[in-house]
Write a protein that binds this ligand. Sequence first.
Ligand code: SF4
Length: 194
Amino acid sequence: MGNELESLNSISSMENLKKKAFDCEWCSLRKGCLGVVFGEGDANTDLMFVGEAPGRSEDEQRRPFVGAAGQLLDKILTAADIDREEIYITNTVKCRPQENRFPQPEEQKACFPWLVRQVQLIEPKIIVCLGSLATKTILGPESKVTKMRGEVFRRKGINIIPTFHPAALLRDSRKKYPVWEDIQMIRDKYRALT
Ligand code: SF4
């Protein structure tokens, strides 16, 4: 990752980082998708959400979390009185894996510098890991969202909070209440910052 991350270090604005990402071909996912889904939101926010990878709707619109799972996330955020425009939202892997398969380890590794640089530029106080991949990528490969959700982990001065991915709630409605509990706690921590 060293050389790739170094190549991003001189980029000091999110807009320029986004422009550079559009040309990325660091892994083979770029050949199978329509475009890079970089992320969106307030680049000066204290609250950042990180998901897994774009799906079909996200790939078509080049925006994160706009499909069914994204619409559910929007409802949860609205219910918690969090405006999507006041947060920054992205994925661990920025290009859609074909057939929505899970990103391979080499693809996760290739894409990691983009996420690292996004975090360096935003300097969030809270990062919410949505689902297993974001949790493992940010908190380490042994991390399990099922065991760690709703807890706060400090890394480099940032509060990292895993919770289930909204797509998991669409498959298993029993996960809805735990996520609602987590989001309320996240909201309270976030509001307490200001
Ligand atoms: S998934 Fe990430 S590393 Fe791979 S081509 Fe897309 S932006 Fe580049």
